[in-house]
Design a protein around this ligand. Structure first.
Ligand SMILES: Nc1ncnc2c1ncn2[C@@H]1O[C@H](COP(=O)(O)OP(=O)(O)OP(=O)(O)O)[C@@H](O)[C@H]1O
Ligand SMILES: [Mg+2]
Length: 285
């Protein structure tokens, strides 16, 4: 289910207070006991139950009575907290259309200083959504999906910041929790493009891969789906899986990145590209 700007706009201040308290208390346990929550938000029992019920209906939290009556945040609530904070900072003023759902993220257009892109990182969502694994997740004191999603966003933001101005990546604008705000690229993914000068585009891509590598970044998930074309400009997106060239798997990862894109050009445009030679080119300073 997508994020409802309407639901967020209509949140009652008590509901916002509850979301913040659950997030805070989930640092210590993944399942916040009702009593503990009530003490934190200073609401009467019926008021808390009613407001929590509204949040459950909006898919922002969930409740359970085993092992004890309690609540936990789910992605809808975490998205809401990020959006509330980004809008308080005036980074985002309105949520636009939902443009993509990936394996581990959701992408929206939004209004900030012009059109921006919001990328909500969602790591562990699938397993979290199944009741059985949720049970397992509830044991112990940490919250792997919040932690992993925020970490993934942070990693991507770090790469975008480091590579900005060196190669063509979206401009990082802001980050909050698991959410990145970045500039919007007015283009299409390479897999959908019909290139007029494919050799030129390939050379552009491999030069950018080289510059990124020399700056300490191997993409780690490079493919025709993570490259965008706008006019004659080539952009490389989707960086959370980047790897440092000193990593033990760096060579293998770099080869995979280069060979995946090379294969796309070999197949679609019948260009002869030797992936080993391309990797050597990338590695030579
Ligand atoms: N800055 C941007 N400007 C325009 N479109 C974008 C931008 N970032 C992402 N998109 C679009 O959204 C799609 C998904 O984004 P992205 O590749 O970053 O995440 P993902 O593929 O969902 O991540 P994962 O590979 O982890 O599942 C992209 O293929 C692209 O079409
Ligand atoms: Mg992608």
């Amino acid at each position: 289910m997508g994020i409802s700007a309407e639901d967020i706009k209509n949140l009652h201040p008590y509901e916002i207070r509850i979301l913040h308290a659950i997030e805070r208390l989930m640092r210590h346990s993944r399942w916040v006991a009702e009593d503990e929550l009530r003490a934190a938000v200073h609401l009467s029992e019926p008021e808390l139950k009613y407001r929590a019920g509204c949040l459950i209906e909006k898919d922002m939290i969930r409740s359970d009575s085993v092992p004890y009556k309690g609540y936990s945040l789910i992605f809808g609530g975490y998205d809401t907290l990020a959006l509330l904070s980004l809008s308080a900072k005036k980074t985002v003023s309105a949520l636009g259309s939902h443009i993509a759902v990936g394996k581990e993220s959701e992408i929206y257009e939004a209004l900030g200083f012009g059109i921006v892109i919001l990328k909500f990182h969602k790591v562990g969502q699938r397993s979290f959504n199944t009741v059985k694994t949720t049970r397992e997740y509830m044991d112990g004191g940490h919250c792997p999906w919040i932690f992993a999603s925020a970490k993934s966003a942070k990693r991507e933001y770090e790469a975008l910041t480091a590579l900005n101005g060196k190669i063509n990546v979206p401009v990082p604008v802001d980050i909050d929790r698991h959410t990145i705000v970045m500039s919007h690229i007015d283009g299409i993914n390479l897999n959908r493009a019909k290139l007029e000068e494919p050799e030129k585009t390939w050379n552009d891509i491999i030069s950018q891969v080289k510059t990124a590598y020399q700056a300490g970044y191997i993409h780690g998930d490079l493919s025709e789906y993570n490259i965008m074309i706008s006019g004659d400009k080539v952009w490389i997106i989707d960086w959370p899986q980047w790897m440092h060239p000193d990593h033990v798997n760096a060579d293998q990862t770099l080869f995979h990145d280069v060979d995946t894109v090379a294969e796309h050009f070999r197949k679609k445009y019948r260009i002869e590209i030797n992936s080993e030679d391309a990797v050597s080119f990338v590695k030579i300073p």
